[in-house]
Design a protein around this ligand. Structure first.
Ligand SMILES: *Cc1c(COP(=O)(O)O)cnc(C)c1O
Length: 478
């Protein structure tokens, strides 16, 4: 390789075709792979740890090494049996769109540099605004790296608009089921512990409106400034949607910012059932959604929507001299004015190309299918003597545990049994199924947002779980 990083055109093509072949084969043969892999730091070090090499080597050799040693040591989050955390089903068109965006190295910061990139972000943002019944004209938004960054961007904006420079008396509220990224964001923002109220949820994991009202009233009496509530739609644990309309009423009455974290559940708006569950979502001041989850996009793409786009520009716009020449007119948006990043990759392209190619109808069908699949799993488990539903199917999430009728196991025994089932499933590498804790119980959780997952995949996995459970119980009774 020359010092100028150049390959000949034929070398570039051959190298690129090889990579496309590998990716396409991966997509076509997903089912033949195991979703789970694991490795220790020691094992990884033994393969990779070395000083940066002074001399290079042929590109194909590096690629082969990567295909042999890097790719296999990643869980396959788009596998139909990857049930836990939040799967990353992705889609092929967007995968290629990302290659285009990177291949042409398109700068998605300012209008003048890439007017089409800015325009596509405006257009796709309009699609999203409309989807969530936000005002398309006044509203706006920005693509971010993910939901965490969207939540952070929202909370910076909320604080700026509601508190200005002095936030010493500001108080922010969220439930104990809110996603950890919100607490991280609050910490990044420099709030003290005394300024954060984490409120308990009811037996269905919703924020208790009574407790929220009490907390706000007490804080007012102390001379503090309740300025923001973070609702979940839905929670990552159980898919639960907070009572959005009630919260919106409170925020209006109290002059508080209403942020909704819909990173997990927002996309459910595309189905009728999901839209009913999300009623009131249009009343938020700001809304996080996460296209790299249930809008089937590859990592990374998150999104923040706001009711009034000037809130973002009033919060993030800074004008250094060297950017003077690229200031356009008002309608030509520089997305570096809407968030933290100046240099930004072209995230809108994959969202745009996948919706143009498949049509919104395909996305609606997929989301509807996912929600129905979780309902079907619930039905199946309710009819089983071995399994107990702990949190019913909600926005494609379901929590359950192995607790056979007639065995009269203690809570401790049930916890350790389910923990052990999960451990053995993971060890088999056949499915990714881990536990979470609900009401102090160890439960298994499925998040069924992959349209490739069928009820047969799930039946397979339950057969495996039943087999392990029987083995564990048999070993114990010896
Ligand atoms: C996943 C998730 C986040 C964080 O999003 P990232 O894209 O992982 O940064 C935030 N909130 C909720 C509810 C989530 O499910």
């Amino acid at each position: 390789m020359s010092a100028h990083f150049d390959l000949s055109i034929d070398e570039m093509k051959a190298y690129g075709y090889k990579i496309v072949d590998l990716i396409a084969e991966h997509w076509a043969n997903l089912e033949d792979k195991k979703p789970v892999t694991s490795a220790t730091r020691k094992e990884m070090d033994s393969i990779f740890l070395q000083e940066a090499p002074d001399k290079g080597m042929p590109p194909n050799e590096v690629l082969e090494f990567v295909m042999e040693n890097v790719i296999p040591y990643s869980n396959v989050t788009s596998h139909p049996k990857f049930y836990s955390f939040v799967p990353g089903p992705s889609n092929y068109i967007s995968t290629m769109a990302d290659s285009l965006a990177t291949g042409f190295n398109i700068f998605s910061g300012g209008w003048i540099v890439s007017p089409a990139a800015a325009e596509l972000e405006i257009v796709t943002m309009n699609w999203l605004l409309k989807m969530f019944n936000f005002p398309v004209k006044a509203g706006g938004g920005i693509f971010t790296s993910g939901g965490s960054m969207a939540n952070l961007t929202a909370l910076v904006t909320a604080r700026r608009i509601k508190c200005g420079d002095d936030f010493s008396k500001a108080v922010i509220y969220l439930s104990d089921q809110a996603h950890s990224s919100n607490i991280k964001a609050i910490r990044v923002l420099g709030f003290k512990k005394e300024q954060i109220r984490i409120l308990p949820t009811d037996i269905e994991f919703r924020i208790s409106i009574n407790k929220l009202k009490n907390a706000i009233a007490k804080d007012r009496l102390e001379g503090l400034q309740p300025f923001c509530f973070i609702a979940s739609a839905g929670t990552t644990n159980t898919g639960t949607v907070d009572p959005l309309d009630d919260i919106a009423d409170i925020c209006e009455a109290e002059n508080m910012w209403f942020h909704i974290d819909g990173a997990y559940g927002g996309a459910a708006i595309l189905s009728d059932k999901g839209a009913r569950a999300l009623r009131g979502i249009e009343r938020a001041d700001s809304l996080t959604v996460d296209p790299h989850k249930w809008f089937y996009q590859p990592y990374e793409i998150g999104c923040l929507l706001v009711k009034d786009s000037s809130w973002l520009s009033n919060t993030f716009s800074e004008k250094p001299e060297y950017l003077r020449d690229i200031e356009g007119n008002e309608s030509e948006i520089n997305f570096y004015d809407y968030g933290v990043q100046l240099t930004r990759r072209f995230r809108a392209l994959k969202f745009y190309m996948s919706i143009k190619t498949y049509g919104l109808e395909a996305f609606k069908e997929a989301v509807t299918y996912n929600i129905q699949l979780a309902d079907d799993v619930e039905d199946m488990l309710r009819k089983s003597r071995n399994w107990e539903i702990i949190s019913p199917a909600t926005l494609a999430v379901i929590n359950f545990r192995y607790n056979p009728i007639g065995l009269n196991l203690s809570e401790e025994e049930i916890d350790s049994l389910n923990q052990e089932i999960s451990r053995r499933v993971m060890e088999s590498k056949e499915a990714l199924l881990v536990t979470t804790i609900l009401n102090k119980q160890v439960v298994l959780r499925m998040c069924l947002i992959n349209p490739k997952t069928t009820i047969d995949h799930i039946r397979d996995t339950f057969l495996l779980c039943n087999k392990f459970a029987e083995e564990i119980l048999a070993a114990k009774s010896k």
